[in-house]
Design a binder for this molecule. Structure first.
Ligand code: TMP
Ligand code: ASP
Length: 265
């Protein structure tokens, strides 16, 4: 028996509901809640590439908290309740819709490749894409026809998901523009939240530099997981830069009480 460790809710005795590549979900303190734990694991290309980057989980927990709390505040429904500690947040249990919803403003990554566009080209308008969440298949791109035919979501739910995607994109684009960052694209996931007999679609999972492309407006420097995917190095420094620009206080830093730092010019 180790008397130095607290005897209540030891990590090992909490019921683990699900373990993904970068996060673990534990049973929450009340029915209908879960604890979302951010790990330091970085994966790419369907986990063919894997590294542990110490501190990444702490940064993503804080950045995702910032995004989800603000979404809640402006009336965009999410699963987020509150951050609990350096690596964990309390969330509402939702039924995850098995889609990765990608919203793009600028050509990059798989879109640039597929359509032969130069990375960095502004798109004529924001484009929403759906990928079927299935690691064995490598998350293939699917259309609304596939989604409704296979029953992953109804046409009404697809409408709700697209409306959420546009609201999240508008919010995120504005926040990042204000701190000198271009939101190139991002991925979000949605879930069904049941409140009695009523169900609504909410934003779930995380929104962090792991799931966004963020480029410095002036230098075009990448401040996201492409630093890992493309072996550019400096991932932790880039995520820290994003957190600092958003005015998020580091665990070991004295509180600055500042909001987002505006970039002039
Ligand atoms: P893509 O250009 O590789 O399709 O990626 C589009 C966006 O989605 C980009 O911001 C990175 C994010 N993304 C994920 O969050 N998870 C994934 O598994 C993939 C492939 C992309
Ligand atoms: N997260 C995905 C994986 O582990 C891919 C990616 O983000 O690029 O493969």
């Amino acid at each position: 028996m180790d008397f130095h460790k607290p005897r209540y809710t030891p990590m090992s005795r909490r019921r683990r509901i699900y373990e993904g590549k970068a996060k673990v979900l534990y049973e929450g303190p009340e029915p209908g809640t879960l604890i979302q734990h951010f790990k330091d694991d970085a994966t790419a290309f369907n986990a063919k590439k894997h590294e542990v980057i110490e501190g990444k989980g702490v940064l993503n927990n804080r950045i995702s908290e910032y995004v989800f709390q603000h979404l809640n505040d402006i009336g965009v429904p999410t699963h987020f309740i509150k951050r609990l500690n350096m690596r964990e947040q309390l969330i509402r249990e939702v039924e995850i819709i098995p889609l990765e919803v990608v919203v793009r403003n600028v050509a990059a990554g798989s879109l640039a490749q597929r359509l032969g566009l130069e990375e960095g080209t502004q798109l004529p308008r924001s484009i929403i894409e759906f990928y079927y969440k299935n690691d064995q298949l490598g998350d293939p791109m699917v259309s609304e026809e596939h989604i409704t035919a296979f029953g992953w979501a109804t046409p009404q739910e697809i409408d709700d998901i697209m409306a959420l995607g546009i609201r999240v994109n508008d919010f995120l684009s504005g926040v990042f523009l204000g701190v000198g960052i271009r939101l190139v694209d991002f991925k979000m996931e949605c879930g069904r939240l049941w409140e009695g007999d009523l169900m609504r679609i909410v934003v779930a999972d995380e929104i962090s530099p792991d799931s966004c492309r963020l480029w410095d407006i002036k230098s075009n420097e990448k401040l996201d997981k492409d630093r890992f995917r493309r072996d550019l190095g400096g991932l932790l420094e880039a995520y820290t830069d994003v957190a600092k620009r958003l005015g998020i206080v580091g665990e070991n830093e004295p509180p600055r009480g500042a909001g987002p730092v505006l970039v002039k010019g």
